[in-house]
Design a protein around this ligand. Structure first.
Ligand code: SAH
Ligand code: SF4
Length: 349
Protein backbone atom coordinates (compact mmCIF):
# COMPACT_ATOMS: atom_id res chain seq x y z
CA UNK A 1 0.00 0.00 0.00
CA UNK A 2 1.25 3.47 -0.79
CA UNK A 3 1.01 5.98 2.06
CA UNK A 4 0.18 9.70 1.97
CA UNK A 5 3.96 10.15 2.21
CA UNK A 6 4.68 8.31 -1.03
CA UNK A 7 6.41 10.93 -3.17
CA UNK A 8 4.74 11.89 -6.42
CA UNK A 9 8.14 11.92 -8.14
CA UNK A 10 9.27 8.34 -8.81
CA UNK A 11 12.91 9.38 -8.58
CA UNK A 12 12.40 9.71 -4.82
CA UNK A 13 11.08 6.15 -4.51
CA UNK A 14 12.86 3.42 -2.64
CA UNK A 15 12.23 -0.06 -4.13
CA UNK A 16 9.52 -0.69 -1.52
CA UNK A 17 7.64 2.49 -2.57
CA UNK A 18 7.86 1.42 -6.20
CA UNK A 19 6.52 -2.09 -5.51
CA UNK A 20 3.62 -0.72 -3.42
CA UNK A 21 2.64 1.90 -6.00
CA UNK A 22 2.69 -0.56 -8.86
CA UNK A 23 0.70 -3.11 -6.91
CA UNK A 24 -1.88 -0.44 -6.29
CA UNK A 25 -2.10 0.11 -10.03
CA UNK A 26 -2.79 -3.61 -10.42
CA UNK A 27 0.70 -4.54 -11.62
CA UNK A 28 2.97 -7.28 -10.27
CA UNK A 29 5.44 -6.10 -7.59
CA UNK A 30 8.40 -7.11 -9.82
CA UNK A 31 7.46 -4.14 -12.01
CA UNK A 32 8.59 -1.95 -9.12
CA UNK A 33 12.03 -3.56 -9.16
CA UNK A 34 12.12 -3.16 -12.94
CA UNK A 35 11.29 0.52 -12.65
CA UNK A 36 13.91 1.17 -9.96
CA UNK A 37 16.64 -0.52 -11.98
CA UNK A 38 15.64 1.25 -15.20
CA UNK A 39 15.68 4.61 -13.42
CA UNK A 40 19.17 4.39 -11.97
CA UNK A 41 21.00 1.81 -14.02
CA UNK A 42 19.29 2.56 -17.33
CA UNK A 43 18.82 6.33 -16.92
CA UNK A 44 15.16 6.11 -17.81
CA UNK A 45 13.93 9.56 -18.88
CA UNK A 46 10.19 8.93 -19.28
CA UNK A 47 7.63 6.21 -18.59
CA UNK A 48 7.17 5.91 -22.36
CA UNK A 49 10.69 4.48 -22.64
CA UNK A 50 9.69 1.45 -20.56
CA UNK A 51 8.89 -0.53 -23.66
CA UNK A 52 8.76 -3.86 -21.86
CA UNK A 53 5.69 -2.56 -20.00
CA UNK A 54 2.14 -2.75 -21.33
CA UNK A 55 1.15 0.57 -22.86
CA UNK A 56 -1.79 0.95 -20.45
CA UNK A 57 0.46 0.64 -17.41
CA UNK A 58 2.83 3.27 -18.77
CA UNK A 59 -0.11 5.60 -19.32
CA UNK A 60 -1.46 5.02 -15.80
CA UNK A 61 1.97 5.75 -14.32
CA UNK A 62 2.23 8.97 -16.32
CA UNK A 63 -1.19 10.06 -15.06
CA UNK A 64 -0.48 9.38 -11.39
CA UNK A 65 3.23 10.10 -11.01
CA UNK A 66 6.07 12.24 -12.31
CA UNK A 67 9.50 11.47 -13.66
CA UNK A 68 11.50 14.67 -14.07
CA UNK A 69 15.17 14.52 -14.89
CA UNK A 70 17.64 17.27 -14.10
CA UNK A 71 18.71 18.87 -17.35
CA UNK A 72 22.31 20.02 -17.79
CA UNK A 73 22.33 23.61 -19.03
CA UNK A 74 26.08 24.11 -19.02
CA UNK A 75 29.03 21.85 -18.32
CA UNK A 76 32.37 23.47 -17.55
CA UNK A 77 35.61 21.52 -17.48
CA UNK A 78 38.74 22.54 -15.60
CA UNK A 79 42.28 21.49 -16.55
CA UNK A 80 42.50 19.41 -13.37
CA UNK A 81 39.63 17.20 -14.66
CA UNK A 82 36.86 18.73 -12.52
CA UNK A 83 33.50 19.08 -14.29
CA UNK A 84 30.84 21.50 -13.03
CA UNK A 85 27.27 21.15 -14.22
CA UNK A 86 24.58 23.80 -13.95
CA UNK A 87 21.48 21.66 -13.79
CA UNK A 88 17.94 22.84 -14.39
CA UNK A 89 15.14 21.47 -12.24
CA UNK A 90 11.58 20.90 -13.43
CA UNK A 91 10.27 24.18 -11.95
CA UNK A 92 12.98 26.27 -13.63
CA UNK A 93 15.23 26.56 -10.56
CA UNK A 94 18.86 25.53 -10.96
CA UNK A 95 21.67 24.09 -8.88
CA UNK A 96 25.31 23.26 -9.46
CA UNK A 97 26.90 19.82 -9.10
CA UNK A 98 30.59 19.01 -9.34
CA UNK A 99 32.36 15.85 -10.48
CA UNK A 100 35.87 15.56 -9.06
CA UNK A 101 38.83 13.36 -10.06
CA UNK A 102 40.81 11.49 -7.39
CA UNK A 103 43.52 8.86 -7.33
CA UNK A 104 40.91 6.27 -6.28
CA UNK A 105 38.34 7.27 -8.92
CA UNK A 106 35.59 9.88 -9.08
CA UNK A 107 33.51 11.65 -6.46
CA UNK A 108 30.54 13.93 -6.84
CA UNK A 109 29.63 16.93 -4.74
CA UNK A 110 25.84 17.37 -4.76
CA UNK A 111 23.53 20.21 -3.73
CA UNK A 112 20.74 19.67 -1.20
CA UNK A 113 18.81 22.96 -1.50
CA UNK A 114 18.28 25.77 -3.98
CA UNK A 115 20.33 28.40 -2.12
CA UNK A 116 20.95 28.26 1.62
CA UNK A 117 19.40 29.93 4.65
CA UNK A 118 22.47 29.79 6.90
CA UNK A 119 24.14 32.97 5.64
CA UNK A 120 27.76 32.11 6.44
CA UNK A 121 29.88 35.17 5.80
CA UNK A 122 32.45 33.45 3.58
CA UNK A 123 30.30 31.39 1.21
CA UNK A 124 28.72 32.09 -2.19
CA UNK A 125 25.92 29.53 -1.84
CA UNK A 126 24.03 31.43 0.85
CA UNK A 127 23.97 34.77 -1.00
CA UNK A 128 20.29 35.37 -1.80
CA UNK A 129 19.02 32.95 0.84
CA UNK A 130 17.20 29.65 0.41
CA UNK A 131 14.55 29.29 -2.26
CA UNK A 132 13.51 25.71 -1.64
CA UNK A 133 14.57 22.25 -0.56
CA UNK A 134 15.52 19.67 -3.15
CA UNK A 135 13.70 16.34 -3.17
CA UNK A 136 15.65 13.12 -2.63
CA UNK A 137 15.03 12.36 -6.31
CA UNK A 138 16.52 15.68 -7.40
CA UNK A 139 19.61 14.97 -5.32
CA UNK A 140 20.11 11.42 -6.62
CA UNK A 141 19.54 12.64 -10.17
CA UNK A 142 22.62 14.86 -9.72
CA UNK A 143 24.58 11.66 -9.06
CA UNK A 144 23.09 10.21 -12.24
CA UNK A 145 24.24 13.27 -14.19
CA UNK A 146 27.74 12.94 -12.74
CA UNK A 147 27.85 9.22 -13.57
CA UNK A 148 26.86 10.06 -17.15
CA UNK A 149 29.80 12.44 -17.64
CA UNK A 150 32.43 10.61 -15.54
CA UNK A 151 34.99 8.60 -17.49
CA UNK A 152 35.03 6.02 -14.66
CA UNK A 153 32.86 4.83 -11.77
CA UNK A 154 31.60 7.42 -9.29
CA UNK A 155 32.38 5.82 -5.96
CA UNK A 156 31.87 8.63 -3.43
CA UNK A 157 29.19 11.24 -2.90
CA UNK A 158 29.54 14.32 -0.70
CA UNK A 159 26.53 16.43 0.30
CA UNK A 160 28.76 19.48 0.15
CA UNK A 161 27.33 21.51 -2.70
CA UNK A 162 24.74 24.26 -2.36
CA UNK A 163 22.58 24.15 0.75
CA UNK A 164 22.53 22.80 4.27
CA UNK A 165 21.60 19.10 4.06
CA UNK A 166 20.45 18.89 7.67
CA UNK A 167 18.07 21.81 7.07
CA UNK A 168 16.43 19.42 4.58
CA UNK A 169 16.60 16.42 6.88
CA UNK A 170 13.87 14.16 5.57
CA UNK A 171 14.95 14.32 1.92
CA UNK A 172 18.62 14.03 2.85
CA UNK A 173 18.05 10.78 4.75
CA UNK A 174 15.87 9.40 1.95
CA UNK A 175 18.61 10.33 -0.52
CA UNK A 176 21.25 8.47 1.53
CA UNK A 177 19.11 5.34 1.52
CA UNK A 178 18.37 5.70 -2.19
CA UNK A 179 21.94 6.07 -3.36
CA UNK A 180 22.93 3.10 -1.18
CA UNK A 181 20.36 0.75 -2.81
CA UNK A 182 22.21 -2.16 -4.44
CA UNK A 183 20.04 -2.11 -7.59
CA UNK A 184 20.64 1.64 -7.96
CA UNK A 185 24.08 3.16 -7.42
CA UNK A 186 24.92 0.72 -4.65
CA UNK A 187 27.27 3.07 -2.81
CA UNK A 188 28.52 2.07 0.60
CA UNK A 189 27.39 4.35 3.44
CA UNK A 190 31.05 4.76 4.30
CA UNK A 191 31.54 6.47 0.97
CA UNK A 192 28.80 9.03 1.61
CA UNK A 193 29.52 12.27 3.48
CA UNK A 194 27.02 14.69 4.96
CA UNK A 195 28.55 18.12 5.56
CA UNK A 196 26.78 20.42 8.01
CA UNK A 197 27.25 23.87 9.46
CA UNK A 198 26.23 22.35 12.79
CA UNK A 199 22.48 21.84 13.29
CA UNK A 200 22.71 20.05 16.63
CA UNK A 201 19.25 18.40 16.90
CA UNK A 202 19.60 17.01 13.37
CA UNK A 203 23.11 15.66 14.09
CA UNK A 204 21.72 13.80 17.11
CA UNK A 205 18.83 12.46 15.05
CA UNK A 206 21.15 11.31 12.25
CA UNK A 207 23.23 9.46 14.84
CA UNK A 208 20.19 7.24 15.50
CA UNK A 209 19.36 6.39 11.85
CA UNK A 210 21.80 3.47 11.61
CA UNK A 211 23.36 4.94 8.51
CA UNK A 212 27.13 4.87 9.07
CA UNK A 213 27.81 7.84 6.80
CA UNK A 214 30.70 10.22 7.39
CA UNK A 215 29.70 13.39 9.19
CA UNK A 216 31.69 16.48 8.23
CA UNK A 217 31.16 19.49 10.45
CA UNK A 218 32.10 22.96 9.26
CA UNK A 219 33.86 24.41 12.28
CA UNK A 220 36.11 27.22 10.99
CA UNK A 221 36.82 28.64 14.48
CA UNK A 222 37.70 27.14 17.87
CA UNK A 223 35.75 29.64 19.98
CA UNK A 224 32.23 31.04 19.98
CA UNK A 225 33.13 34.71 19.53
CA UNK A 226 35.03 34.10 16.29
CA UNK A 227 32.68 31.38 15.01
CA UNK A 228 29.70 33.64 15.52
CA UNK A 229 31.35 36.33 13.40
CA UNK A 230 31.73 33.83 10.55
CA UNK A 231 28.62 31.67 10.96
CA UNK A 232 25.33 33.04 12.36
CA UNK A 233 24.19 29.46 13.17
CA UNK A 234 26.67 29.47 16.06
CA UNK A 235 24.27 31.69 18.04
CA UNK A 236 21.67 28.93 18.07
CA UNK A 237 24.14 26.07 18.49
CA UNK A 238 27.36 27.19 20.19
CA UNK A 239 30.41 24.95 20.51
CA UNK A 240 29.33 23.79 23.97
CA UNK A 241 26.36 22.09 22.25
CA UNK A 242 27.92 21.26 18.88
CA UNK A 243 31.05 19.41 20.04
CA UNK A 244 29.22 17.06 22.45
CA UNK A 245 26.75 16.27 19.62
CA UNK A 246 29.72 15.34 17.39
CA UNK A 247 31.09 13.11 20.15
CA UNK A 248 27.70 11.41 20.41
CA UNK A 249 27.70 10.88 16.64
CA UNK A 250 31.05 9.11 16.92
CA UNK A 251 29.89 7.01 19.87
CA UNK A 252 26.63 5.94 18.19
CA UNK A 253 28.00 5.24 14.70
CA UNK A 254 31.64 4.37 15.33
CA UNK A 255 32.51 6.91 12.62
CA UNK A 256 35.21 9.46 13.37
CA UNK A 257 33.87 12.97 12.72
CA UNK A 258 35.63 15.07 10.11
CA UNK A 259 35.93 18.79 10.88
CA UNK A 260 36.23 21.29 8.07
CA UNK A 261 38.32 24.35 8.86
CA UNK A 262 38.72 26.92 6.11
CA UNK A 263 41.66 29.26 6.52
CA UNK A 264 41.18 32.98 6.03
CA UNK A 265 44.24 35.17 6.25
CA UNK A 266 44.55 36.98 9.59
CA UNK A 267 41.05 35.97 10.63
CA UNK A 268 41.20 32.36 11.83
CA UNK A 269 44.58 31.03 10.71
CA UNK A 270 47.00 31.64 13.60
CA UNK A 271 48.81 28.72 15.23
CA UNK A 272 47.40 29.94 18.58
CA UNK A 273 43.93 29.17 17.20
CA UNK A 274 45.19 25.79 15.93
CA UNK A 275 46.30 25.01 19.49
CA UNK A 276 42.92 26.11 20.82
CA UNK A 277 41.23 23.87 18.26
CA UNK A 278 43.34 20.92 19.42
CA UNK A 279 42.23 21.62 23.01
CA UNK A 280 38.60 21.32 21.91
CA UNK A 281 38.94 17.99 20.08
CA UNK A 282 38.93 15.55 22.95
CA UNK A 283 37.44 12.63 20.98
CA UNK A 284 38.56 10.89 17.74
CA UNK A 285 38.37 13.45 14.95
CA UNK A 286 40.04 14.46 11.75
CA UNK A 287 40.58 18.02 10.55
CA UNK A 288 40.31 18.92 6.90
CA UNK A 289 41.95 22.28 6.30
CA UNK A 290 40.71 24.25 3.28
CA UNK A 291 42.40 27.45 2.16
CA UNK A 292 39.47 29.86 1.67
CA UNK A 293 38.32 29.93 -1.95
CA UNK A 294 37.72 33.47 -3.17
CA UNK A 295 34.14 34.70 -3.43
CA UNK A 296 34.08 38.27 -4.80
CA UNK A 297 31.24 39.41 -2.50
CA UNK A 298 33.25 38.60 0.64
CA UNK A 299 36.21 40.75 1.66
CA UNK A 300 38.62 37.97 2.70
CA UNK A 301 41.91 36.59 1.47
CA UNK A 302 43.00 32.94 1.55
CA UNK A 303 45.78 32.08 3.97
CA UNK A 304 49.17 31.79 2.26
CA UNK A 305 50.55 28.23 1.85
CA UNK A 306 53.15 28.83 4.60
CA UNK A 307 50.41 29.62 7.12
CA UNK A 308 48.29 26.67 5.98
CA UNK A 309 51.28 24.37 6.58
CA UNK A 310 51.98 25.90 10.02
CA UNK A 311 48.34 25.51 11.08
CA UNK A 312 48.27 21.87 10.01
CA UNK A 313 51.65 21.18 11.59
CA UNK A 314 50.41 22.51 14.94
CA UNK A 315 47.45 20.14 14.87
CA UNK A 316 49.62 17.17 13.85
CA UNK A 317 52.04 17.93 16.69
CA UNK A 318 49.08 17.76 19.05
CA UNK A 319 48.15 14.31 17.69
CA UNK A 320 45.17 15.48 15.60
CA UNK A 321 45.08 13.98 12.08
CA UNK A 322 44.99 16.85 9.60
CA UNK A 323 44.91 17.00 5.82
CA UNK A 324 44.86 19.95 3.42
CA UNK A 325 42.05 19.77 0.86
CA UNK A 326 43.22 20.07 -2.75
CA UNK A 327 41.62 23.12 -4.36
CA UNK A 328 40.07 21.33 -7.31
CA UNK A 329 37.94 23.27 -9.73
CA UNK A 330 38.81 26.83 -8.61
CA UNK A 331 39.44 27.83 -12.21
CA UNK A 332 35.74 27.25 -13.01
CA UNK A 333 34.39 28.45 -9.64
CA UNK A 334 33.62 24.84 -8.70
CA UNK A 335 35.55 24.68 -5.43
CA UNK A 336 34.06 24.53 -1.92
CA UNK A 337 31.84 27.48 -1.17
CA UNK A 338 31.94 28.85 -4.73
CA UNK A 339 28.76 27.19 -6.01
CA UNK A 340 25.70 29.28 -6.82
CA UNK A 341 22.23 28.98 -8.14
CA UNK A 342 23.28 31.23 -11.03
CA UNK A 343 19.72 32.43 -11.38
CA UNK A 344 16.61 30.52 -12.32
CA UNK A 345 16.48 29.31 -15.89
CA UNK A 346 13.16 29.36 -17.70
CA UNK A 347 11.77 25.93 -18.53
CA UNK A 348 11.77 25.38 -22.25
CA UNK A 349 8.55 24.09 -23.67
N1 SAH B 1 26.11 23.63 4.20
C1 SAH B 1 27.03 22.59 4.45
C2 SAH B 1 27.55 21.94 3.19
C3 SAH B 1 27.83 22.81 2.02
S1 SAH B 1 29.19 23.92 2.21
C4 SAH B 1 28.16 23.10 5.30
O1 SAH B 1 28.27 24.30 5.52
O2 SAH B 1 28.92 22.26 5.78
C5 SAH B 1 30.58 22.81 1.94
C6 SAH B 1 31.87 23.24 2.63
O3 SAH B 1 32.44 24.38 1.98
C7 SAH B 1 31.67 23.67 4.08
O4 SAH B 1 32.68 23.12 4.90
C8 SAH B 1 31.80 25.17 3.99
O5 SAH B 1 32.10 25.75 5.21
C9 SAH B 1 32.88 25.31 2.96
N2 SAH B 1 33.00 26.64 2.36
C10 SAH B 1 32.03 27.56 2.20
N3 SAH B 1 32.54 28.66 1.57
C11 SAH B 1 33.84 28.40 1.34
C12 SAH B 1 34.88 29.11 0.68
N4 SAH B 1 34.67 30.30 0.15
N5 SAH B 1 36.10 28.53 0.61
C13 SAH B 1 36.32 27.29 1.11
N6 SAH B 1 35.38 26.55 1.73
C14 SAH B 1 34.13 27.10 1.83
FE1 SF4 C 1 25.08 27.33 3.63
FE2 SF4 C 1 27.19 25.70 4.03
FE3 SF4 C 1 27.45 27.97 2.59
FE4 SF4 C 1 27.06 28.13 5.22
S1 SF4 C 1 28.84 27.23 4.18
S2 SF4 C 1 26.01 29.38 3.65
S3 SF4 C 1 25.71 26.41 5.57
S4 SF4 C 1 26.21 26.20 2.06
Amino acid sequence: MTTPNTPIDVRSWLPGDAAAALEELGAEPYRGRQLFRALWQGRLASFEQLEVWPRALRARMAEAYRLDRVVPVTEQRAHDGTVKGLLRLADGEAVETVLLPHRYGWSVCVSSQVGCAMGCHFCASGIGGRRRNLTAGEIVDQVAWAASVAPGRVSRVDLMGIGEPLDNYRETVRFLRLVHEPTGFGLSYRHLTVSTSGLVPAILKLAEEHLPVTLAVSLHAPDDALRERLMPINRAYPLSKLLPACETYWQRTGRRVSFEYLLIQDVNDSTTLADRLADQLTFPAHVNVIPWNPVPEHPFRPSPPRQVAAFCETLLNRGIPCTVRRELGQEIQAACGQLRRSGAIPVQS
